[in-house]
Design a binder for this molecule. Structure first.
Ligand SMILES: Nc1ncnc2c1ncn2[C@@H]1O[C@H](COP(=O)(O)OP(=O)(O)O)[C@@H](O)[C@H]1O
Ligand SMILES: [Mg+2]
Length: 251
């Protein structure tokens, strides 16, 4: 792949003190398969960053590498100024990063209420603005399902539960990997509404979603991965208008 195309001048990037995540030169492997080839990613406080690319280009691997789930990795990962390059997933989570994984992260044998309550903890500086009541107001369907087991509720409700669990950890950054995958249009709209609410509430988000137009509309910045490399990045509006975008996304 040719050189990375950067659409935004460096000055418009967040300054270091404002960075939640500053990752440089990330490589990742599954066994002998080399999947990430030197990826840089910065996420500023309160920023919404869209991560685009066709299937199999390394989006989930980048996320899982950042969060410590892929251990065959190299490069430098700094989270809130701390070197997290060798952190395990729970250590990254404790820095204020919540993860809504592809395929959801719900405990099937615990009730909806238990799933939520066991996730609860105050955020940095004791932030506590997402108590159970607010999560239930945001997702009224969960209110109706509180006594049901996580494994009994619909796919859309599980996704809401997974996002609700993330909010109850009071993160500074929520990473959403294909949060709307396989859901009915009305549920998809509801999830995007909540993503908007999260954004307005000044929590940073890293979003992967098949609906790239919606990702770009909702993001401040965006980057496009191709075969484990960043091939296009910049302000979301610039990426949206880039002549190369459709070629990279195969649309
Ligand atoms: N657990 C795994 N073991 C081996 N290869 C994997 C694994 N997960 C993903 N891959 C491979 O890594 C590449 C990137 O996958 P992934 O990060 O899931 O892409 P995306 O999320 O962009 O669809 C693909 O070629 C995929 O087949
Ligand atoms: Mg993926």
């Amino acid at each position: 792949m040719d050189a990375v195309q950067t659409l935004t001048e460096p000055a418009s990037r967040p300054t270091d003190a404002n960075l939640i995540v500053d990752a440089r030169g990330l490589h990742a492997w599954y066994g002998s398969s080399h999947v990430l080839h030197g990826v840089d990613l910065q996420i500023g406080r309160g920023q919404t960053v869209g991560l685009l690319g066709r299937n199999g280009m390394g989006k989930s691997t980048l996320i899982r590498t950042l969060l410590g789930h892929v251990t065959q990795r190299s490069g430098r990962i700094v989270v809130f100024g701390q070197d997290a390059s060798h952190f395990k997933p729970h250590q990254v989570a404790r820095l204020g990063v919540a993860y809504v994984p592809e395929g959801r992260g719900v405990f099937p044998n615990l009730s909806v209420r238990e799933n939520l309550v066991m996730a609860a903890r105050p955020g940095r500086n004791g932030r506590n603005d997402w108590p159970l009541e607010r999560v239930l107001q945001t997702f009224p369907r969960l209110q109706e399902r509180l006594a049901n087991l996580g494994g009994e509720i619909s796919g859309g409700e599980q996704q809401m539960l997974s996002i609700g669990r993330a909010l109850m950890t009071h993160p500074d950054l929520i990473v959403l990997d294909e949060a709307t995958e396989g859901l009915a249009p009305l549920i998809v709209d509801e999830i995007w509404r909540v993503i908007g609410e999260i954004r307005a509430g000044n929590i940073a988000t890293l979003i992967v979603d098949r609906d790239y137009r919606r990702v770009l509309r909702c993001s401040d910045r965006a980057l496009v991965l191709q075969k484990g490399q960043v091939v296009l990045q910049g302000k979301a509006s610039e990426v949206a208008n880039s002549a190369e975008l459709s070629a990279y996304l195969g649309v």
